[in-house]
Design a protein around this ligand. Structure first.
Ligand code: NIG
Ligand code: FE
Length: 413
């Protein structure tokens, strides 16, 4: 029986026994090249077979015909700030006229402006703002997305953000991974000292983790934000709670942040525009993924870029993310981020494809996705071209023929 994806979408049967046939399969398990398999069978939300059609038993399976299109793992955006209220379009204009990110922040703009808007919004309002952003991401093949807090900066508002992130994921049908980021900027209305704020934030981390709202922890380590020792203090609590770390480091100034990530065994070291090239060996040694966020590099880096050649030479895995947020990277398009990682940062196309699949999964500590193999979650993107590179080559028009989330075909528009 061959039925169209549209019909499957209407039926929405969970745990569908389904086969994608006539596929050009890019498993991303070893490299970013296709393999000699044309069929992927899914059951119960997992991939149960990858291989030639003749070897698969498809009796009773619903068939999705890829018509020769490339099939890649559901894409993973491993660094975003998709829950926020308001916008910073005025700053976009100011920056175009020469103002710097730091100068805008000093005048009360920047992250603090978004904190004030986010605090004013209700949880439901934040969800309503976030859902269309997630739908836009899904239309570009994203099935798993990370979301940071950090626009609340007190317990109640950080809770509200993280709850909104989870709920938006449920409504939009994406898997959301949450990250605690109270150490994003020192709140201008804090009652006590910076040290008091850091100390207090650690109690919030425990409390919110206890409520099931936190999957990882982050700190913005920067001269204008928080210190390496603040990240060390956060790491200590995170470790006790069994939470992984992913840190914002070396974004605006050279702070040996990559070395810090290696010291703390973070899953990822993100930004890295001012990273010491010599620290690449440390990242490789501790298997820390380099988190590349090319839109933020372009918009606030003033030409500074992560040392890609050193990262590559050391064998560091590189993930590519949008860093979607209202300030440094107002772009919720992972395909555009991957394209820019090639065009601006100098990644190869294959590095970029691994950066939004397998290496992004590693940055989130998720071993069950980002690859096409038996046992993995059946998150799959069927492209309308036999070469997976097409997805990040021509931008603007959706390159997606079909999208499966946990084995269920989902509508993409
Ligand atoms: O990843 N560097 C800190 N955080 C964000 C920016 C957040 C914002 O400007 O609102 C980033 O660039
Ligand atoms: Fe960020």
């Amino acid at each position: 029986m061959t039925i169209s994806v549209q019909n499957l979408v209407k039926r929405k049967v969970p745990g569908t026994f389904l086969a994608i046939v006539n596929a050009r399969v890019y498993p991303m398990t070893v490299d970013a090249q296709p393999v000699a398999a044309d069929t992927i069978v899914c059951d119960g939300g997992r991939i149960v077979f990858v291989g030639p059609r003749v070897a698969a038993s498809l009796d009773g399976a619903q068939i999705v015909d890829a018509r020769g299109g490339a099939v890649v793992p559901g894409l993973i955006d491993a660094h975003t700030h998709f829950v926020f209220a308001g916008d910073r379009v005025g700053e976009f204009r100011q920056k175009s006229e020469g103002a710097t990110y730091e100068a805008i922040a000093k005048q009360g703009g920047g992250i603090w402006k978004t904190v004030l808007a986010t605090r004013k919004a209700s949880e439901e309002e934040l969800v309503a703002l976030a859902v269309p952003r997630l739908e836009a991401m899904r239309a570009r093949g994203v099935t798993t997305v990370e979301c940071k807090g950090g626009y609340g900066l007190d317990l109640a508002n950080e809770r509200k953000m993280l709850r909104a992130a989870r709920e938006a994921g449920r409504r939009a049908g994406l898997h959301v991974v949450t990250t605690f980021l109270a150490l994003h900027t020192f709140p201008k209305d804090a009652a006590g000292s910076r040290a008091d704020y850091v100390h207090e934030s650690l109690h919030w981390l425990e409390a919110l983790h206890g409520e099931g709202l936190v999957d990882g922890a982050d700190v913005f380590v920067e001269t204008s934000a928080f210190l390496a020792d603040d990240a060390r203090a956060t790491a200590k609590v995170a470790k006790r709670l069994g939470l992984p770390l992913r840190l914002h480091v070396d974004q605006l100034s050279a702070g040996r942040g990559a070395a810090l990530c290696a010291e703390l065994a973070a899953l990822s070291a993100d930004h890295l525009e001012h990273m010491a090239a010599g620290d690449a060996e440390l990242l490789a040694k501790h298997d820390v993924v380099a988190g590349l966020v090319p839109w933020a590099s372009l918009y606030v880096g003033r030409g500074a870029k992560p040392p890609i050649a050193a990262l590559r030479a050391a064998g560091v895995k590189m993930m590519v993310a949008t860093d979607f947020n209202p300030g440094s990277a107002p772009v919720c398009d992972l395909l555009a981020a991957a394209a820019l990682s090639v065009g601006y940062l100098g990644l190869t196309v294959d590095e970029a494809l691994l950066g939004i699949t397998r290496h992004a999964a590693q940055a989130l500590g998720l071993g069950d996705r980002g690859v096409i193999k038996e046992g993995a979650v059946a998150d799959l993107v069927v492209l309308d071209h036999p070469d997976a590179a097409r997805a990040i080559y021509e931008l603007g028009r959706s390159p997606i023929r079909a999208l499966l989330h946990s084995g269920n075909p989902t509508a993409v528009s």
